[in-house]
Design a protein around this ligand. Structure first.
Ligand code: GAP
Length: 589
């Protein structure tokens, strides 16, 4: 991207944020109290656009894929996040300014001011070294940061469940955990059959060190996530259906080369050539690309980038991000991660429930199983309260390593202490058993979408400026499927007959399921500009011809071309509904 492009888009972003506030897309929350960093309110236009994007996501990733949707609480108890690894490992690097005391993300300070593109994956001492070497300064006050300690900062928001502080809870940092913890029940709803998918659209919370760039990095945001549970041995995606989808990929291998480049390919070829190693991840990239296009992401400013090894979350073995270009930078809109059995294994280990699924064999199998049946009259007096733990340890050992029982005694490790137990007291035996199946831990493939960043991208990519009748105009070329309002209806001027007719048309259009706004204030040109600026695809004007002519007609104006057509009122609702559904085009009328 050239410097010129960067400048041009940066200006657009500033204008977009101003428009967003003025026209009710989004603005910083609690402004009356000075505003609070990282929290944004979606105004009437923004809430409608976001809702339409969420509906479009639900249609594609839940309904069309045959997945279930759930709605779990946003606060979850501490053990959930001990198991998931978020309490231990969900950290960012923090550096504090010695002068003004402001906290900054150390990796962002490095990335913004040096040639390092992925400082997040550097160890802390290296980041401290880079800060010193480049003499980096505080972005707020300009004081030098060299010599300041870089520390880890956990992003979880903590709270107390109920009175007192004995029951800590956390606001979920990803909607995913609300799905994982319910797996034992969800698998029943899926009739214990893999593969199956569960989606959730909801809020996630991260106490970001430095929230920035309006709704791109906030402390409360909306995710739309799909957790797809598979049997890694046997389940295969329907790759055929997305094999021809053309994609721009930026694999880790290319990012690691000085002259590395993005690759233009298809999903089918990317899998065949091993560029995307998991066919499941590739499948969801293939589903996502046309969906992003349909909701209005500019495909010339879109790519999938593979995570570098140091960048991956603690649970992911491979991850590709969907990235869009805004302000001359690439931003991450979604991650497509192969989470393996990490989450279900952890919850299985930490909770009292089982996070496995019973996989029936085609034919029952006869297998040899090593079992123990310990003599409790020996273990009880020897180990007291630990006797049951000893039984568990012996069972695990027998399943894992039969040779441990070959001598006269077997050695076990209990809480760091080694104990010898006579083999004859363990009841060790190898038996033939017929088994109908086995318990397996499913693997998880996760497309995780950030709704706010997508809304930002859609607005940014839709922002246009042109000249109409010698006047400058700003408009949003939003896709009809996501535009907050589909039609604006105006009486040409203040007149009872025109207003009555216009209101009847509003009722008809709303009854046809269209989102309609009525506007009778200001001259007609200003009303058009207002709707253009919020991205309303069509405006209908009721004038004197409408009420006086035998055939009742109105002027319908299309946003992008400003072309106007005279259409009969009788089938107006039907015509506009067909356009919204993509069954008819305005220029065909
Ligand atoms: N369950 C996986 C997960 O949460 P992630 O990459 O951390 O993965 C997924 O988040 C998406 O959520 C990101 O691609 C991004 O769009 C969005 N997201 C993450 N942090 C965000 C923040 N602070 N503000 C706005 N959106 C954010």
């Amino acid at each position: 991207m050239s410097d010129d492009d960067t400048e041009e888009t940066a200006v657009t972003s500033e204008k977009l944020v101003e428009l967003a506030k003025r026209r009710g897309y989004f603005f910083q929350s609690s402004g009356a109290y000075g505003g609070v960093g990282g929290f944004y309110t979606f105004g009437p236009q923004g809430a409608a656009l976001k809702g339409n994007v969420e509906d479009a996501w639900r249609d594609r990733f839940a309904v069309a894929e045959g997945n279930m949707e759930i709605d779990a609480p946003t606060i979850m108890p501490e053990p959930v996040f001990e198991a998931s690894g978020h309490l231990d490992g969900f950290d960012d690097m923090l550096v504090e300014c010695p002068e003004c005391g402001e906290s900054h993300r150390a990796d962002h300070v490095v990335e913004d001011n040096t040639e390092y593109e992925d400082a997040e994956s550097l160890p802390i001492p290296d980041v401290e070294e880079v800060i010193a070497e480049y003499e980096l300064v505080c972005p707020s006050c300009g004081a030098g940061l060299a010599g300041q300690a870089v520390e880890t900062f956990n992003l979880m928001f903590e709270t107390n469940i109920g009175p007192g502080d004995s029951d800590p809870g956390y606001l979920r940092p990803e909607t995913a955990q609300g799905i994982f913890v319910e797996f034992p029940r969800l698998k029943e709803y899926a009739r214990n059959q893999l593969p199956f998918g569960v989606t959730q659209i909801g809020r996630a919370y991260r106490n970001e060190i430095s929230p920035r760039r309006s709704i791109i990095r906030t402390r409360e945001f909306t995710q739309a996530e799909l957790e797809y549970f598979i049997d890694p041995e046997t389940d295969e995606p329907d790759l055929e259906s997305v094999a021809d989808v053309e994609v721009t990929l930026y694999p880790a291998s290319e990012q690691n080369e000085a002259d590395g480049e993005e690759i233009e390919t298809t999903i089918g070829a990317a899998v065949e050539e091993g560029i995307v190693s998991s066919p499941w991840v590739a499948y969801f990239l293939g589903v996502a690309k046309p969906w992003y296009e349909a909701v209005g992401v500019d495909m010339d400013r879109f790519r999938f980038r593979q995570h570098l090894s140091g960048e991956r979350a603690h649970y992911a073995s491979d991850c590709w991000d969907a990235e869009s270009e805004v302000d001359g930078n690439w931003i991450e809109m979604a991650g497509f991660a192969y989470r393996g059995d990490y989450d279900l294994s952890k919850h299985d280990e930490y909770s009292d429930d089982r996070f496995t699924i019973f996989k029936q064999y085609d034919e029952p199998k006869t297998v040899e199983r090593a079992t123990v049946d310990p003599d409790m009259s020996y273990l009880g007096p020897e180990f007291g309260g630990d006797a049951q733990a000893v039984v568990g340890t012996l069972e695990d050992l027998a399943a894992r390593d039969r040779s441990a029982f070959e001598g006269d005694s077997v050695e076990i490790d209990l809480e760091g202490e080694t104990h010898e137990i006579p083999v004859e007291k363990t009841g060790f035996a190898v038996e033939e058993q017929t088994e109908a199946g086995e318990h397996i831990t499913p693997h998880v493939v996760e497309p995780s979408f950030g709704v706010d960043r997508l809304v930002y991208t859609v607005l940014h990519h839709a922002y246009r400026e042109d000249e109409v009748d010698g006047e400058e105009r700003t408009y949003l070329e939003l896709e009809p499927e996501v535009a907050p309002t589909f039609v604006g209806v105006f009486p040409l001027q203040s007149d009872d007959a025109l207003e009555t007719e216009a209101n009847e048309i509003v009722d008809d259009l709303r009854a046809a399921g269209l989102s309609v706004t009525y506007d009778d204030s200001g001259n007609i040109g200003r009303r058009y500009r207002r709707q253009d600026e919020v991205g309303t695809p069509f405006c209908v004007t009721v004038d004197f011809e409408t009420v006086e002519d035998e055939e009742t007609t109105v002027t319908v104006r299309e946003r992008d071309t400003t072309e106007q057509k005279r259409l009969p009122v009788d089938d107006l609702a039907e015509t506009l509904a067909a356009i919204r559904a993509g069954e008819l085009a305005f220029d065909e009328l």
